[in-house]
Design a protein around this ligand. Structure first.
Ligand code: TPP
Length: 950
């Protein structure tokens, strides 16, 4: 990069470039950008005429580069002109201004590197750009006294730079530090600078507030100490070292309530959770002590008839109500598994559901209604991918929660792993920078600064509706848990911590020194807490040995079969809905080819051939007019991966969209549909959380191909499948997973049915694979209307979406119900010696085989619901064939996959005695399918022939 020739430059041209630069730094050639940014004083000395413009840059307070836009072609070089005359004094002043600009910029950008963030006192790394001495030749004290602070748009107190500069330095390098200069939005940056430098969120606490804060810190510390002494060696994952986290949450709750929220949804891991349960959610000490005593609590999971396994005490969710000066507010601590950060998207989904009014056709989202708060570990924030996936949802229209407060409980160690081994970045929070999120670092030993950080964070959220991160830098007073010896692996740290006074002790000393209270009063606060805990413990002990309360009646929650649900919809109503779905507003022009396709739905309704897309739309429409809200998301879901849905239409000339399902006459429920981010983990987690908080809604997530759902395996295993048993939490979340062997290779064939069947027990799930669109229609309606909520996993088709034989008639939808088993339609049952039972698409491969008629003694039945296994119905099918000689399970999946291994014992139990059960399908395979279409066809043909006994 060549430096521009400053001396031989035309001032007019330079001014033009500078003007352009000020508007958009990316618009000027790189060498000029570099000159303006790195050494403006060189330019000024030679070109004093530019001084005014440069001052404007300073006045904008925006002396740093925005993300570079592609530079336009460089204008032709104008002829050089002589530089105008200059005085030595001007040059000196301008040099001073330029140096001050550089310093201000450095302080704002890099001040955090010199901040005192570590309570244990480690030296901050610093940065040469922050050393004023370096600039002193150009920015002498005399010059500092001559440059007005307003020229540089500083918001700290002080009229002249000489007064303002030290304050600016202290603001950015104290016990609280900021990373905001990476934010791409100019307005946000300017707002943040103003908020930070004006100190309006760092107000001094009143004497009462300070004493209240000390009392809170005493409760936090007292509880941890009491538990440790009373239950030696039991895991409590103490918060000590980050004690101020609890008052920070108090502050956040009060601010949320003041902003109109009726709920705060909190997600967190083990660290400090018991303290949050007691002091933030408001669980009585007694219930927590009961857990430690090994007793079951009333609030916690009780062993249910489904054999609820319960969960460890530091995973249990809880709900409480807090009163604040502006009214009561609900605090929901979301149940979570050990899997760190898995709860993040679940909290977001829950918050979104709370924020959404689903009683109108398009729904109404108000982010002020609920505040999501995520508390992260420093190791997990940097290491776990779900964090990034969740951050990426923050500004998407279908997912935004108006900003999440992220609190990193940064104890500077992850179990026994030091940060140097756990992340490649300086800060745990660095990932957030890529999402345009402001980051506030704060020293956990300065409680007043920590509260200020929360005030700033929530003011930002309220103003801009984006996520914000507070990195609370503390330490871990003990080992990872109470059974660990920290000194084995972090001996120096452990030693330093042992000598380090607690946050309460330090704050008490400060208040005593400031004359706010006496040492005795401070000690008394601590004693009060211990006395309260002792009292609670004694009261609890008195209940020991008393008979246990009878189990509650509602502990048995059977996974109802849904038989009593009416899923058929009157033909006339379906006709009317079908018409409405084809009604397009005047002046709106969808793609003509698409419209022709959709209009065919009029014919199919009357003459048969209702395909999947139509059956689904009719199921949705009928539910909406019955008042059931629907939320459907997934990758490319609006159109449908296989172009079969088209719930959202696009105007060919304007690009505007129209969603007929949002305009149904008389519908009193919202239809939400969104194409999702390219994520499975966070997106499925989000929908799980949404569905848990919106039990009245039908919430569906669709995989692009079912194969990709294993990206969300943690959500499936830990929440969807086990949530009922661990936390008594169930949802009607519905997973639509395209599944079927159609020659598209190992990653576009299998939704891993076997995994879901393996997870199915105690009626925790419903698993189905429909072979007709009518069955799908009834299944969806049943799922939405069944009084008992259970997650539903549907293996959905690809080729079958439009297969004629898989289509249904109006009569199919207007009568009947979802049938878990479909018997062969052949009435001549006497003749049948072999009954083939199968599920899904392979049915059509078998019955559609060119040599089907060569197997006249073979009947083919379909198992449409795989779990709960419809035992009685399958038995009835077997019983209908008096001359059976063999039962065959046929599947297209390999023997170690598909349904076989999970349902074999069911088939053994239900088949007639003495009749053998045979397996036909792909052999044991490490990869789900062949990679080559011809190999696939050969294998499908072999399976169909074998099933038919050919
Ligand atoms: C996904 C996942 N991987 C591994 C673990 C095991 N584990 C439990 S705590 C922990 C360290 C967490 O460190 P950090 O996030 O800094 O939180 P801290 O315990 O220090 O508060 C690990 C690795 C886990 N719980 N979840």
């Amino acid at each position: 990069m060549e430096r521009p020739d400053v001396d031989g430059l035309n001032t007019g041209y330079a001014a033009l470039l500078l003007e352009q630069y000020l508007d958009n730094p990316g618009a000027v050639p790189e060498e000029w950008r570099d000159l303006f940014e790195s050494e403006p004083e060189v330019l000024l000395r030679r070109q004093p005429g530019l001084a005014r413009l440069l001052e404007r840059a300073a006045a904008d307070g925006d002396g740093h580069v925005l993300p570079a836009a592609p530079a336009p072609p460089r204008p032709a070089e104008p002829a050089p002109a002589p530089a105008p005359p200059e005085t030595a004094e001007d040059t000196e002043l301008l040099g001073g201004v330029a140096a001050a600009m550089a310093l201000v910029k450095a302080i704002r950008m890099h001040g955090h590197l010199a901040a005192r963030l570590d309570p244990l006192g480690s030296e901050p790394p610093g940065d040469p750009a922050l050393e004023p001495e370096r600039l002193i030749p150009k920015l002498t004290p005399e010059l500092q006294a001559r440059i007005p602070a307003s020229l540089l748009r500083l918001h700290v107190e002080g009229e002249m730079l000489a007064d303002a500069l030290p304050r600016l330095f202290e603001t950015y390098t104290g016990t609280i530090a900021y990373e905001i200069e990476h934010i791409s939005d100019h307005e946000e940056r300017v707002w943040l600078r103003q908020a930070i430098e004006s100190g309006r969120y760092r107000r001094t606490l009143s004497s009462d507030e300070r004493v209240r804060l000390l009392r809170r810190l005493s409760q936090v510390e007292g509880m941890e100490r009491y538990l440790r002494r009373a239950f030696l060696g039991q895991k409590q994952f103490s918060v000590e070292g980050l004690d101020v986290m609890i008052p920070m949450l108090d502050e956040a709750i009060e601010l949320a309530a003041a902003g109109g929220a009726h709920e705060v949804v909190v997600g967190m891991a083990h660290r400090g959770r018991l303290n949050v349960l007691a002091h933030v959610v408001g669980r009585p000490y007694e219930t927590i002590l009961r857990e430690f005593e090994g007793e079951r609590t009333i609030e916690a999971v009780v062993s249910t008839d489904e054999g609820g396994s319960g969960d460890v005490k530091y995973h249990l969710g809880a709900q409480g109500t807090r009163s604040t000066p502006t009214g009561d507010i609900t605090i929901t601590l979301v149940s979570n598994p050990s899997h760190l950060e898995a709860v993040d998207p679940v909290v977001e989904g829950r918050a979104r559901a709370e924020q959404t009014d689903r009683s109108s056709r398009q729904g109404y989202h108000d982010p002020a209604v609920a505040l999501p708060v995520l508390i992260h570990g420093d190791a997990s924030f940097a290491g776990q991918g779900s964090v990034a996936e969740t951050l990426n949802l923050q500004a998407l229209p279908g997912y935004s929660t108006g900003g999440t407060l992220h609190l990193i409980a940064n104890n500077q160690v992850g179990f026994t792993t030091d940060p140097e081994s756990g992340r490649s970045t300086r800060y745990s929070s660095d990932l957030a920078k890529g999402f345009d999120i402001p980051i506030v670092h704060v020293n956990a030993d300065d409680p007043e600064a920590a509260l200020a950080a929360i005030r700033l964070a929530l003011a930002y959220r309220r103003r801009f509706g984006h996520d914000v991160v507070v990195d609370l830098v503390g330490y871990r007073r003990h080992g990872h848990n109470e059974q660990d010896e920290a000194a084995y692996t972090q001996p120096l740290l452990a030693g330093a911590i042992e000598d380090h006074p607690t946050a309460r002790e330090q704050f008490a000393a400060r208040l005593v020194a400031d004359g706010e209270l006496t040492q005795e009063q401070a000690d008394q606060l601590e004693q009060d807490v211990l006395a309260e805990l002792r009292r609670a413990h004694e009261t609890l002990k008195e209940t020991f040995g008393r008979p246990e309360p009878a189990p509650r009646d509602d502990t048995h929650v059977p996974g109802a079969t849904g038989d009593e649900v009416v899923t058929a919809v009157a033909a006339d109503r379906l006709r009317a809905l079908n018409e409405q779905l084809l009604r397009i507003p005047e002046g709106f022009t969808p793609h003509p080819k698409l419209m022709r396709q959709l209009e065919r739905r009029r014919e199919t309704l009357e003459s048969g051939g209702i395909d999947w897309g139509q059956a689904e739309a009719l199921a949705f429409a009928s539910l909406l007019v019955e008042g059931i809200p629907i939320r459907l998301t997934g990758q490319d879901t609006e159109r449908g991966t296989f172009s079969h849905r088209h719930d959202v239409l696009h105007d060919v000339s304007t690009g505007a969209t129209f969603t007929p399902l949002q305009h149904l006459e008389g519908a009193g429920a919202a239809f939400e549909i969104h194409n999702s981010a390219l994520s499975e983990y966070a997106c499925v987690g989000f929908e799980y959380g949404y569905a848990a908080a919106a039990p009245e809604a039908l919430v569906l997530w669709e995989a692009q191909f079912g194969d990709f759902v294993n990206g969300a395996q943690i959500i499936i295993d830990q929440f969807i499948a086990a949530g009922l048993s661990k936390w008594r939490e169930s949802t009607r979340l519905t997973l639509l997973l395209p599944h079927g062997y159609e020659g598209n290779g190992p990653e576009h064939s299998s939704a891993r049915l076997e995994r879901f069947l393996q997870l199915a027990a105690q009626e925790n799930l419903r698993i189905a694979n429909c072979t007709t669109s009518g069955q799908y229609f009834h299944l969806l309606r049943r799922q939405a209307l069944d009084a008992t909520a259970r997650p539903l996993v549907v293996m959905t088709p690809k080729g079958l979406l439009r297969l004629k034989q898989a289509g249904s008639t109006l009569e199919d939808l207007a009568s009947g119900e979802f049938r878990p088993v479909l018997d062969d339609a052949n009435p001549d049952r006497e003749r049948i010696e072999r009954l083939v039972l199968c599920q899904g698409k392979v049915y059509y491969d078998i019955v559609g085989h060119e040599e089907r008629e060569n197997g006249p003694r073979v009947a083919v039945a379909r198992l449409e619901q795989l779990y709960p296994f419809p035992t009685e119905r399958v038995k009835a099918v077997f019983a209908a064939y008096p001359n059976l000689r063999e039962v065959v399970w046929a599947q297209e999946e390999p023997q170690n996959m598909g349904a076989w291994r999970a349902i074999r014992h069911r088939l053994e139990e239900t088949k007639p005695e003495g009749v053998p059960l045979l397996y036909i399908g792909r052999p044991w395979r490490a990869s789900p399918s062949e990679g080559y279409p011809t190999a696939h066809l050969r294998e499908q043909d072999r399976i169909a022939r074998a099933a038919l006994g050919l």
